[in-house]
Structures are given as C-alpha cells and as structure tokens.
Design a protein around this ligand. Structure first.
Ligand SMILES: Nc1ncnc2c1ncn2[C@@H]1O[C@H](COP(=O)(O)OP(=O)(O)OP(=O)(O)O)[C@@H](O)[C@H]1O
Ligand SMILES: [Mg+2]
Length: 368
C-alpha cells in the first residue's frame, strides 16, 4: 500500500497550440509532483489555423497533433491542452471574507464588479490564490479568468478529437505559475551576475516573461504565487514583419536574420542586412520593453506589489541574442533564460534531444 502511494503517477499528453509552433509533450507526474518527460515533439502550426486565440481549423490541428503522438510513440491515455493567451481576460484582486457566507458565494458575488463580462458568452472561472490575515479580518486574493465560450469550445473540440481522455483546458498564466512554483537553479548564471553591479532586491517577487511569436506574457509571482498577469498582443513574429518589409524579403528569410543577428551591434564593416536587422530588432524590443516596464510600474503602484528581484525569460523569442543583456540593463536586476532543466524535480528520458526544451515550459506546466 505504501509503495503504491509513493509511486502513484499520472501520464498524459500535454498540448500547447502556439501561433507558430504546436508543442506536444508526454509527461508523467509522480505523486511527489516530480515530472518525468517521456517524449516530445514540436511542429509548425499549420498556416491560418489560429485567429484571435481561437482554433479556426480544428481538423488540421488535430491531424498534426495526432501525427506527433504517433511518430513519438506516445502511450499516455489522458490529455490536457493550453489555450493561446490572446483572448483571455484575467484579474487579480483582494476581497474581504464574509463570515457566514461560503467562499464560493463571496467570490462569485465580487466578480461582476471587477470583471464585467457578458456571462452568456464567457466562461468565468476563479481560484483563491491565498488568504491574508489583517488584524481581525481575513482577505482573499482571487484570480479570475474569463474566456469566450466559442474559443474555449475550439480547444475542447481538439481534445475530444484525440481518442484520449480529456482532462483539462488550461491558460498560460496558470501553467507558468504552476511550473515556477518549484525551485529554480540559476547556478550557471550566478557567476556572471556576481561580477556585475545591479540593484539587490531582498524580496521573493520575480517576473516570468514569455516571449511567444504573437504574444508576450508578463507574470509576476510573489512567494511563488501569481500576483499579476498581462498578455501584450505583440511578439517575436512582428520583428520578422518589420525586417521583411524593410529589406523586401520573405518572412522566413527575415526570421533567419533575426535569429542570426538579434541585437548584436553592427560595426562599419557589417553588411546592410545586419544593420537593418539590428535596427528593427532593437526598435521593437525597446518598444516592447516599455510596455513591460509599464506592467512593473502598475504592479508596484496599483497592486501594492513588492519590487521585482529577478526576471526569468521563457518562450522561443527569449532566445533572441542580446535580449537578456538588454533587459538586465533596463531593469537592473538579474535576468535568467530558463530551460526545463533549470527546475528541480524535472527529469528527462535519456534519449531525448535537449535542444528545444525551453519551448516546453508551458506545456509541461499544465501537467501539474
Ligand atoms: N534563436 C532565436 N532568436 C530569436 N527568436 C527566436 C529564436 N528561436 C525562435 N525564435 C522565435 O520564437 C518564436 C516562437 O516561439 P514560441 O514557440 O514560444 O511561440 P508560440 O508559443 O508559437 O507563440 P504564442 O505564444 O505567441 O502563441 C518565433 O517567432 C521564432 O522566430
Ligand atoms: Mg507560447
């Protein structure tokens, strides 16, 4: 019996349908919440399958997901899927506990005031993040999400079409928060920052920035609990568009230049494509960083937030050369690109290719 409890585990296929890439991961979660990655596959999202956060072409998405499951020989019988952040409305706020009332009643009563959406067309969910005691009063911090029902349905359709047992549809904020609820090893970068000057902030509040292709998601966690979430509707693919227009080249070629040069400063011997790429990448990242900085300010001033002590960056766009240095110089706190293997309690089957693991954080987060 004891052994059974200890080894009890759940295996599932986790799917993250991004604008650019679909990530499919077979994960086993052990009773102690350790994660074992059995298999994974990343495929390009078929063109025009996703619009405004909804899956427009369920059949084409299903067919690529099924082929990954087959090619990677995934055996799990359960499945979870993560929605695109584009159309999800989130609010985090505090309410007083009302004695004699059920928590559910109190929270549901508060929702229309903070998040006025049409309940016929939106699915509204909430989660109590934590309880705070102030003198003789108890307060709840609640996280409320609203998702258009028709968009949610498109994800449910994919799950149901898979011949696997559908477990859940989740949202990026939740999955990131669950993932970063564990210890993160930054040893390899600590040496780098120990030689540099920066603002040492004694707080356990950190930012997780997800640089996707169409969206950039800003999350702040305090004591590992989500405190702030915002989806910025602009992402790494916009850089490709700027470069492509300026140099009059196809998007794919523009993307290649972005990956090649990133924010590496050109010199007077550099070719024109380097100079143009640098200009477009830097301009974009500067504008995006201003939007991120606004979130930092908003969090401090309006959400009674505590200063951010470090920044973790995830998502394909976080691999942009020079990005972490730029963020470091702007925010003046350490910036850590995080891969799956920086997290405690994550193991990987030996034979798996380790190159693309930092794409998988969100898909693995939903398994928890
Ligand atoms: N080395 C690199 N340098 C710069 N950008 C990169 C690099 N590698 C990948 N990218 C960019 O990362 C993006 C894809 O990242 P990701 O798979 O996280 O996006 P997505 O999840 O599909 O998008 P979204 O989250 O917005 O729906 C692409 O725009 C790609 O050009
Ligand atoms: Mg993504």
């Amino acid at each position: 019996m004891l052994l059974d409890l200890f080894y009890k585990k759940t295996s599932m296929v986790c799917i993250d349908v991004g604008y650019r890439n679909i990530k499919v991961v077979e994960v086993t979660v052990r009773k102690n919440n350790n994660i074992f990655i059995e298999n994974y596959g990343i495929v390009a999202t078929p063109m025009d399958c996703i619009k405004n956060g909804a899956i427009y072409d369920v059949d084409r998405v299903l067919s690529v997901v099924k082929s990954v499951i087959k090619e990677q020989n995934m055996k799990a019988k359960n499945a979870k899927i993560i929605m695109s952040g584009t159309n999800i409305i989130t609010r985090i706020y505090m309410i007083d506990r009302v004695s004699g009332e059920s928590d559910d009643f109190t929270v549901k009563n508060s929702i229309p005031k903070f998040l006025p959406v049409d309940v016929d067309n939106y699915r509204v969910d909430y989660k109590i993040l934590n309880t705070i005691k102030e003198k003789d009063k108890e307060k709840y911090k609640v996280f409320v999400t609203a998702v258009p029902k028709n968009i949610l349905q498109s994800y449910i359709d994919v799950l149901q079409g898979l011949d696997l047992k559908p477990l859940a549809v989740d949202i990026p904020a939740n999955s990131t928060a669950k993932f970063f609820n564990r210890e993160i090893q930054t040893k390899d970068m600590d040496d780098y920052y120990s030689k540099r000057k920066f603002k040492k902030v004694e707080s356990d509040t950190f930012a997780v920035l997800d640089f996707g292709s169409e969206t950039t998601i800003v999350n702040f966690l305090k004591d590992r609990v989500l405190e702030f979430n915002k989806v910025i509707l602009s992402g790494s693919a916009n850089i490709d568009e700027h470069i492509s227009r300026e140099l009059d080249i196809p998007l794919q070629e523009a993307e290649r230049l972005k990956k090649l040069y990133g924010m590496t400063t050109p010199n007077n011997l550099s070719k024109r494509d380097h100079v143009v790429t640098y200009g477009k990448v830097s301009g974009f990242i500067e504008r995006l960083t201003k939007q991120i900085a606004k979130c930092f300010e908003f969090y401090l001033e309006r959400c009674y937030g505590t200063p951010i002590s470090k920044i973790f960056i995830i998502g394909g766009g976080s691999q942009l050369s020079g990005l972490s240095q730029y963020l470091f110089s702007t925010f003046n706190v350490p910036v850590y690109p995080v891969g799956l293997l920086n997290l405690k309690g994550v193991e990987l089957k030996k034979s798996l290719d380790r190159d693309k693991l930092n794409y998988l954080i969100n898909s693995v987060g939903i398994s928890l």
